[in-house]
Design a protein around this ligand. Structure first.
Ligand SMILES: NC(=O)c1ccc[n+]([C@@H]2O[C@H](COP(=O)([O-])OP(=O)(O)OC[C@H]3O[C@@H](n4cnc5c(N)ncnc54)[C@H](O)[C@@H]3O)[C@@H](O)[C@H]2O)c1
Length: 342
C-alpha cells in the first residue's frame, strides 16, 4: 500500500465531485482524495492546510485522525514521510509544496494544474523531482478523460486523415482554466513541440491578473491550433479537430462528440456524420493515480509529467509575451523563465 498525504484540502483535493455528478464524460471519483480513497493501492495518511475549517472538513470526510491533520505541510512531510503526495493548493504554492515533497522523499507527486505561475517555478519542481527520484504528474484531467483519450486515439490512427488544424474555445482565464485548453490541444497535436505562437490578450496583464486571450500555436509537425479563451464566452470548453478526411468536434465540456467524414466519391464531398466510437467508462483520476504508481514502480515517465506540464505552461506564458511585445510571432522555447502570471 502507498501512503498518500494531501497538501491543500479544498475543492479539488476532496470536494469537487458533486459538481460533476451526472456529467456524461466525467466518471467519479474526480477529486484527488475521493479517487485515492477508492484506489486499492492507496491509503490516506495525512493532510495539511492552514485553514482549520478546511482541515477539519477534509479530515472528517476522509477519516484522517486529528493528530495527522497539519496546519503546515513541512511539518506533515517530515513527520509522516508519505510515499505519495497530492498538491491541490492555489497555483502559487504548487512549486514550494512539490519541491518540499520531493526533498522529504515522496516517490510520487500528483500536482494540480496549472503547474505554476512561472517557468522558473516549473523548473524548480522538475529539478527537485529529478534530484530526489520522485515521479511528478501534473493533473491535467483530460489526459485521462475517457472521451479525450478516445479522440486522441482516433487522431493518431488517422480516422480523419492528416490532422491540420485544431480550434479551441473556452470560457475562463488563460492560465486558470485555459491551461486545460492548451494541454488538450497539445495532446491532440500528438505532443509535438510547439514552434511559435502569436497572440493578443483581452486586457493588460499584471499582478493578480490572469486575462483571457486569443491566438495561434504552430507545432513542429505543422498542426496549427487556434485558441479563443476568455471569461464570458458562450462556449464552456469545445474543440474541433480538422483533418484532410474529416473533423471531430467535442461539445459542452466533453458532454457529447461528433465525428464527420468526407463522403466519397463526390468531387466536392460533404462531411457526413459517422458513429463516434464510445469508450469504456472509467474514472480519469483513478487512472491517473494508477499511472503515477506504475511510474514509481517501473521508473517510466508518466503521462503529463513535469516536462509536459511545463510545455503547456510555456504556451500560456508565450501568449502573454507575444501580446506584450506587440502581438508578434514568438519562437519557442522561451528564454524568459522569470515572467510570472498573476
Ligand atoms: N482539475 C480541475 O478540474 C480543477 C478544478 C478546480 C481547481 N483546480 C486547481 O486546483 C488547485 C486548487 O484549487 P481549488 O479549487 O481546490 O481551491 P480551493 O481554494 O478550494 O482549495 C485550495 C486549498 O489550499 C489551501 N492552501 C492555501 N495555501 C496553502 C498552503 N501553503 N499549504 C496547504 N494548503 C494551502 C487553502 O486553504 C484551500 O483549502 C488550483 O491550482 C486550481 O487551478 C483544478
Amino acid at each position: 500500500m502507498y501512503r498518500m498525504a494531501f497538501i491543500g484540502c479544498g475543492s479539488m483535493a476532496g470536494f469537487i465531485d458533486s459538481v460533476f455528478e451526472g456529467h456524461p464524460s466525467v466518471i467519479l471519483p474526480y477529486s484527488h482524495a475521493a479517487a485515492a480513497d477508492s484506489h486499492p493501492e492507496i491509503e490516506l495518511a495525512a493532510c495539511a492546510d492552514p485553514s482549520f475549517e478546511q482541515l477539519k472538513r477534509f479530515g472528517e470526510k476522509y477519516r484522517i485522525p486529528e493528530e495527522r491533520r497539519y496546519a503546515d505541510f513541512h511539518a506533515m512531510l517530515s513527520e509522516v514521510k508519505p510515499d505519495l503526495v497530492s498538491v491541490a493548493t492555489p497555483t502559487e504554492v504548487h512549486a514550494d509544496a512539490t519541491v518540499a515533497a520531493a526533498r522529504a522523499g515522496a516517490k510520487g507527486i500528483y500536482c494540480e494544474k496549472p503547474m505554476a505561475p512561472s517557468l522558473a517555478d516549473a523548473d524548480r519542481m522538475i529539478s527537485a523531482c529529478d534530484d530526489h527520484g520522485a515521479k511528478l504528474v501534473i493533473a491535467h484531467p483530460r489526459r485521462w478523460n475517457m472521451h479525450t483519450r478516445r479522440i486522441a486515439q482516433l487522431l493518431r490512427e488517422g480516422e480523419i486523415g492528416r490532422v491540420t488544424d485544431l480550434v479551441g474555445f473556452s470560457r475562463g482565464h488563460l492560465l486558470g482554466s485555459g491551461a486545460h485548453m492548451f494541454d488538450t490541444l497539445r495532446m491532440f497535436a500528438g505532443d509535438a513541440p510547439a514552434m511559435w505562437v502569436v497572440a493578443t490578450l483581452d486586457e493588460e496583464p499584471g499582478p493578480g491578473r490572469d486575462p483571457g486571450g486569443s491566438g495561434m500555436v504552430v507545432f513542429q509537425n505543422g498542426i496549427k491550433a487556434f485558441v479563443a479563451a476568455s471569461p464570458g464566452k458562450a462556449h464552456l470548453f469545445e474543440i474541433e479537430a480538422a483533418g484532410t478526411d474529416g473533423v471531430i468536434r467535442s461539445f459542452n465540456n466533453g458532454a457529447s462528440h461528433l465525428l464527420r467524414k468526407k463522403a466519397p466519391p463526390d468531387e466536392w464531398p460533404p462531411l457526413q456524420e459517422a458513429p463516434f466510437p464510445e469508450p469504456e467508462k472509467e474514472s480519469g483520476t483513478v487512472r491517473a493515480l494508477s499511472d503515477l504508481i506504475r511510474a514509481v514502480e517501473t521508473g517510466e515517465t508518466p503521462p503529463s509529467d513535469g516536462r509536459g506540464g511545463r510545455a503547456t505552461l510555456e504556451l500560456v506564458v508565450a501568449f502573454h509575451l507575444s501580446h506584450l511585445q506587440g502581438k508578434v510571432r514568438l519562437d519557442l522555447p522561451l528564454s524568459d523563465t522569470a515572467y510570472r502570471i498573476g
